[in-house]
Design a protein around this ligand. Sequence first.
Ligand code: MN
Length: 245
Amino acid sequence: MRILISNDDGYLAPGLLALADAMSKIAEVVVVAPERNRSGASNALTLDKPLSVFKAGKNVYFVDGTPSDCVHVAMTGLLDYRPDLVVSGINQGQNMGDDTLYSGTVAAATEGYLFGVPSIAFSQADKGWEHIDDAARFALHLVKDRLGELESPFLLNVNIPNLPYAELKGIRATRLGKRHESEPVIKSVDPRGRPIYWIGPCGEARDGGDGTDFHAVGQGYVSVTPLQVDLTHVRQLEKLQKAWQ
Ligand code: MN
Protein backbone atom coordinates (compact mmCIF):
# COMPACT_ATOMS: atom_id res chain seq x y z
CA MET A 1 0.00 0.00 0.00
CA ARG A 2 1.14 3.54 -0.78
CA ILE A 3 -0.17 6.48 1.26
CA LEU A 4 0.12 10.17 0.42
CA ILE A 5 0.16 12.42 3.48
CA SER A 6 -0.55 16.14 3.60
CA ASN A 7 -1.90 18.68 6.07
CA ASP A 8 -2.54 22.40 6.52
CA ASP A 9 -0.30 23.07 9.54
CA GLY A 10 2.88 22.77 7.48
CA TYR A 11 5.31 19.95 6.79
CA LEU A 12 7.09 20.29 10.15
CA ALA A 13 3.94 20.09 12.30
CA PRO A 14 4.03 17.43 15.04
CA GLY A 15 0.64 16.11 13.89
CA LEU A 16 1.95 15.34 10.42
CA LEU A 17 5.14 13.74 11.74
CA ALA A 18 3.14 11.50 14.11
CA LEU A 19 0.69 10.52 11.34
CA ALA A 20 3.50 9.73 8.88
CA ASP A 21 5.27 7.67 11.51
CA ALA A 22 2.09 5.67 12.24
CA MET A 23 1.19 5.09 8.58
CA SER A 24 4.73 3.96 7.77
CA LYS A 25 4.02 0.84 9.86
CA ILE A 26 1.61 -0.42 7.19
CA ALA A 27 2.52 1.40 3.99
CA GLU A 28 5.07 3.17 1.90
CA VAL A 29 4.54 6.81 2.81
CA VAL A 30 5.17 10.01 0.88
CA VAL A 31 4.65 13.46 2.44
CA VAL A 32 3.71 16.44 0.27
CA ALA A 33 2.70 19.32 2.54
CA PRO A 34 2.72 23.13 2.67
CA GLU A 35 5.95 24.89 3.67
CA ARG A 36 4.12 26.86 6.38
CA ASN A 37 0.87 26.92 8.29
CA ARG A 38 -2.03 27.34 5.86
CA SER A 39 -4.89 26.60 8.26
CA GLY A 40 -8.16 28.00 6.97
CA ALA A 41 -7.01 27.81 3.32
CA SER A 42 -10.07 25.74 2.41
CA ASN A 43 -9.91 24.29 -1.13
CA ALA A 44 -7.86 27.14 -2.63
CA LEU A 45 -5.65 26.34 -5.60
CA THR A 46 -2.81 28.72 -6.53
CA LEU A 47 -3.42 29.83 -10.08
CA ASP A 48 -1.56 33.17 -10.17
CA LYS A 49 2.00 31.86 -9.80
CA PRO A 50 3.94 28.64 -10.34
CA LEU A 51 4.57 26.35 -7.39
CA SER A 52 7.97 25.23 -6.17
CA VAL A 53 8.46 21.78 -4.67
CA PHE A 54 11.38 21.25 -2.28
CA LYS A 55 12.74 17.93 -1.06
CA ALA A 56 13.16 17.84 2.73
CA GLY A 57 14.20 14.20 3.05
CA LYS A 58 13.44 10.75 1.68
CA ASN A 59 9.85 10.85 0.44
CA VAL A 60 9.20 14.23 2.12
CA TYR A 61 8.39 17.27 -0.01
CA PHE A 62 7.15 20.74 0.86
CA VAL A 63 5.42 23.16 -1.46
CA ASP A 64 5.02 26.95 -1.35
CA GLY A 65 1.29 26.56 -1.80
CA THR A 66 -1.95 25.46 -0.20
CA PRO A 67 -2.95 22.01 1.05
CA SER A 68 -5.04 21.48 -2.11
CA ASP A 69 -2.04 22.53 -4.23
CA CYS A 70 0.10 19.90 -2.51
CA VAL A 71 -2.26 17.00 -3.21
CA HIS A 72 -3.06 18.31 -6.69
CA VAL A 73 0.61 18.54 -7.66
CA ALA A 74 1.33 15.13 -6.13
CA MET A 75 -1.54 13.50 -8.04
CA THR A 76 -0.96 15.15 -11.40
CA GLY A 77 2.79 15.18 -11.89
CA LEU A 78 5.05 14.86 -8.87
CA LEU A 79 4.33 11.18 -8.17
CA ASP A 80 4.54 8.67 -10.95
CA TYR A 81 1.76 6.59 -9.37
CA ARG A 82 -1.66 7.09 -7.78
CA PRO A 83 -1.56 6.44 -4.03
CA ASP A 84 -3.99 3.91 -2.54
CA LEU A 85 -5.00 6.35 0.19
CA VAL A 86 -4.62 10.06 1.00
CA VAL A 87 -4.50 11.06 4.66
CA SER A 88 -4.39 14.63 5.92
CA GLY A 89 -3.43 15.95 9.36
CA ILE A 90 -3.34 15.32 12.14
CA ASN A 91 -4.62 18.88 12.47
CA GLN A 92 -4.03 20.92 15.59
CA GLY A 93 -7.62 21.57 16.62
CA GLN A 94 -10.99 20.16 15.70
CA ASN A 95 -12.68 20.41 12.31
CA MET A 96 -16.32 19.76 13.03
CA GLY A 97 -19.61 21.03 11.62
CA ASP A 98 -19.15 24.15 9.50
CA ASP A 99 -15.37 24.12 10.14
CA THR A 100 -15.12 21.57 7.35
CA LEU A 101 -15.85 24.30 4.79
CA TYR A 102 -12.85 26.40 5.82
CA SER A 103 -10.46 23.64 6.81
CA GLY A 104 -7.30 23.09 4.78
CA THR A 105 -6.98 19.70 6.46
CA VAL A 106 -10.31 18.56 5.06
CA ALA A 107 -9.49 20.23 1.72
CA ALA A 108 -6.31 18.20 1.25
CA ALA A 109 -8.33 15.01 1.72
CA THR A 110 -11.08 16.32 -0.55
CA GLU A 111 -8.53 16.90 -3.30
CA GLY A 112 -7.52 13.25 -3.11
CA TYR A 113 -11.16 12.20 -3.20
CA LEU A 114 -11.79 14.35 -6.29
CA PHE A 115 -9.14 12.26 -8.04
CA GLY A 116 -10.98 9.09 -7.05
CA VAL A 117 -8.65 8.08 -4.22
CA PRO A 118 -10.07 7.16 -0.79
CA SER A 119 -9.14 9.99 1.55
CA ILE A 120 -9.28 10.75 5.26
CA ALA A 121 -8.87 14.04 7.16
CA PHE A 122 -7.68 13.68 10.76
CA SER A 123 -7.98 16.40 13.38
CA GLN A 124 -7.30 16.41 17.09
CA ALA A 125 -9.96 18.22 19.07
CA ASP A 126 -8.56 20.75 21.57
CA LYS A 127 -5.28 22.36 20.64
CA GLY A 128 -1.94 21.38 22.12
CA TRP A 129 -0.12 18.25 21.05
CA GLU A 130 -0.16 16.42 24.41
CA HIS A 131 -1.63 13.18 23.10
CA ILE A 132 -0.69 13.38 19.45
CA ASP A 133 0.96 9.95 19.46
CA ASP A 134 -2.26 8.48 20.88
CA ALA A 135 -4.25 10.17 18.10
CA ALA A 136 -1.83 8.79 15.51
CA ARG A 137 -2.17 5.32 17.03
CA PHE A 138 -5.94 5.58 16.66
CA ALA A 139 -5.56 6.81 13.07
CA LEU A 140 -3.50 3.69 12.32
CA HIS A 141 -6.15 1.48 13.94
CA LEU A 142 -8.86 3.14 11.85
CA VAL A 143 -6.98 2.75 8.57
CA LYS A 144 -5.93 -0.82 9.31
CA ASP A 145 -9.03 -2.30 10.90
CA ARG A 146 -12.16 -0.16 10.50
CA LEU A 147 -12.69 0.71 6.83
CA GLY A 148 -14.07 -2.61 5.58
CA GLU A 149 -17.70 -1.40 5.41
CA LEU A 150 -17.03 1.52 3.09
CA GLU A 151 -17.53 1.83 -0.65
CA SER A 152 -14.49 3.22 -2.40
CA PRO A 153 -13.67 5.99 -2.96
CA PHE A 154 -14.71 7.52 0.35
CA LEU A 155 -14.00 10.82 2.07
CA LEU A 156 -13.92 10.71 5.87
CA ASN A 157 -13.64 13.52 8.38
CA VAL A 158 -12.20 12.20 11.63
CA ASN A 159 -11.96 14.11 14.90
CA ILE A 160 -10.05 12.55 17.77
CA PRO A 161 -10.38 13.83 21.36
CA ASN A 162 -7.09 15.01 22.84
CA LEU A 163 -6.91 12.14 25.35
CA PRO A 164 -4.58 9.24 26.15
CA TYR A 165 -5.38 6.20 23.95
CA ALA A 166 -6.82 4.21 26.87
CA GLU A 167 -9.28 7.03 27.63
CA LEU A 168 -10.75 7.18 24.12
CA LYS A 169 -14.21 5.65 24.54
CA GLY A 170 -14.41 4.16 21.06
CA ILE A 171 -15.60 5.23 17.64
CA ARG A 172 -18.88 6.73 16.39
CA ALA A 173 -20.20 7.30 12.87
CA THR A 174 -21.60 10.85 12.94
CA ARG A 175 -23.15 13.62 10.89
CA LEU A 176 -21.76 17.16 10.84
CA GLY A 177 -23.23 19.42 13.49
CA LYS A 178 -23.70 23.15 13.01
CA ARG A 179 -22.11 26.13 14.66
CA HIS A 180 -23.60 29.43 15.75
CA GLU A 181 -22.54 32.46 13.77
CA SER A 182 -18.85 33.36 14.27
CA GLU A 183 -17.85 35.85 16.96
CA PRO A 184 -17.46 39.44 15.69
CA VAL A 185 -14.27 40.57 14.01
CA ILE A 186 -11.76 42.14 16.41
CA LYS A 187 -10.94 45.69 15.42
CA SER A 188 -7.61 47.24 16.29
CA VAL A 189 -5.18 49.86 14.96
CA ASP A 190 -1.84 49.23 13.27
CA PRO A 191 1.32 51.21 14.28
CA ARG A 192 0.52 53.78 11.58
CA GLY A 193 -2.93 54.43 12.96
CA ARG A 194 -4.84 52.53 10.31
CA PRO A 195 -7.67 50.23 11.32
CA ILE A 196 -7.03 46.48 11.16
CA TYR A 197 -9.40 43.59 11.67
CA TRP A 198 -8.75 40.12 13.03
CA ILE A 199 -11.27 37.45 12.09
CA GLY A 200 -12.89 36.43 15.39
CA PRO A 201 -13.25 32.94 16.85
CA CYS A 202 -15.78 30.48 15.47
CA GLY A 203 -19.15 30.13 17.19
CA GLU A 204 -20.11 27.46 19.72
CA ALA A 205 -22.05 24.41 18.56
CA ARG A 206 -25.67 25.23 17.70
CA ASP A 207 -26.56 21.75 16.58
CA GLY A 208 -24.39 19.58 18.80
CA GLY A 209 -27.09 17.04 19.56
CA ASP A 210 -27.03 13.27 19.57
CA GLY A 211 -25.56 11.87 16.35
CA THR A 212 -23.33 14.87 15.59
CA ASP A 213 -19.55 15.08 15.53
CA PHE A 214 -19.66 17.65 18.36
CA HIS A 215 -21.63 15.27 20.56
CA ALA A 216 -19.41 12.23 19.95
CA VAL A 217 -16.18 14.12 20.62
CA GLY A 218 -17.72 15.79 23.69
CA GLN A 219 -18.41 12.31 25.07
CA GLY A 220 -14.83 11.15 24.45
CA TYR A 221 -15.48 9.18 21.25
CA VAL A 222 -13.59 9.43 17.97
CA SER A 223 -16.01 10.95 15.45
CA VAL A 224 -16.00 9.69 11.85
CA THR A 225 -18.19 11.61 9.39
CA PRO A 226 -18.43 10.40 5.80
CA LEU A 227 -18.48 13.48 3.53
CA GLN A 228 -19.57 14.14 -0.04
CA VAL A 229 -18.75 17.02 -2.36
CA ASP A 230 -22.05 17.67 -4.17
CA LEU A 231 -23.47 20.89 -2.67
CA THR A 232 -26.78 20.72 -4.56
CA HIS A 233 -29.75 21.53 -2.32
CA VAL A 234 -32.11 18.89 -3.63
CA ARG A 235 -35.32 20.16 -1.95
CA GLN A 236 -34.82 23.70 -3.29
CA LEU A 237 -33.89 22.32 -6.70
CA GLU A 238 -37.13 20.38 -6.84
CA LYS A 239 -39.10 23.52 -5.91
CA LEU A 240 -37.46 25.52 -8.69
CA GLN A 241 -37.89 22.74 -11.22
CA LYS A 242 -41.58 22.57 -10.37
CA ALA A 243 -42.01 26.35 -10.49
CA TRP A 244 -40.08 26.83 -13.72
CA GLN A 245 -41.18 23.85 -15.75
MN1 MN B 1 -4.53 23.53 10.73
